[in-house]
Design a binder for this molecule. Structure first.
Ligand code: ZN
Length: 217
């Protein structure tokens, strides 16, 4: 409840900011899905399900403020084309279709939601990656809002996305990759499954987006 109250007061303040609704169309991309679950925790928690939970919450925060985002998926599906067989080919087809979808949205701004994992369970904390100079602003805002609103121990900095990431290499829109946390850190894994924490992440993403689009940074 405490988180929810903080989240609501942040949202009330944001409602007062000037928002240029036509500047961008937010595109929410819950990473993976269907045959491609993404990372899996040692206890069997699947990344794609958490990505979707957080993305759906993010969608509803946007809708609450009268902004309709484009959702890349809203159920547990892969976006590979019909007739493509074999996991490797399906993953490639899925990514190609995501690129097509993102590039088809004029003024789209991609927000891709993922979870991290690492061999050493000590590592934790959300980290934001960006595709270009434009998305760098949102990434920096989001990283600092996550520090202030969610996890003051998180001292990570936003970084350019790895140039080998297919989706980011091929989309022709500004894009941020939100790695919400580490499935390999037991404490963070618990938080990431908690709906209040998921809502907090959604609010941090939304509030950063609004600050960014209103030029208030
Ligand atoms: Zn992922």
């Amino acid at each position: 409840m405490k988180y929810l109250r903080i989240s609501l007061s942040i949202l009330m303040l944001l409602a007062l900011l000037p928002y240029s609704a036509n500047a961008y169309t937010p595109i929410i991309d819950p990473g993976h899905g269907g045959v491609d679950g993404g990372a899996v925790s040692s206890s069997g928690v699947i990344e794609s399900a958490l990505n979707l939970d957080i993305s759906i919450k993010l969608k509803y925060v946007f809708l609450f403020f009268g902004i309709e985002p484009v959702m890349v998926r809203e159920t547990d599906i892969s976006l590979h084309s019909d007739g493509v067989s074999g996991l490797a080919r399906q993953k490639i087809s899925d990514l190609k279709n995501r690129v097509k979808l993102v590039n088809s949205i004029e003024n789209g701004f991609l927000i891709s939601i993922h979870q991290n994992s690492f061999s050493d369970s000590r590592y934790s904390g959300a980290q934001i990656f960006y595709s270009d100079e434009e998305s760098k602003h949102l990434a920096e805002l989001l990283q600092s809002n996550i520090h202030e609103q969610i996890d003051t121990e998180n001292s990570r900095s936003s970084k350019p996305v790895d140039s080998r990431v297919y989706l980011f290499k091929n989309v022709e829109r500004p894009a941020v990759l939100v790695e919400c946390g580490f499935l390999t850190n037991p404490k963070e894994l618990m938080l990431l499954q908690d709906s209040t924490y998921q809502r907090k992440l959604a609010v941090a993403i939304f509030s950063s987006y609004i600050q960014f689009t209103s030029g208030n940074f």
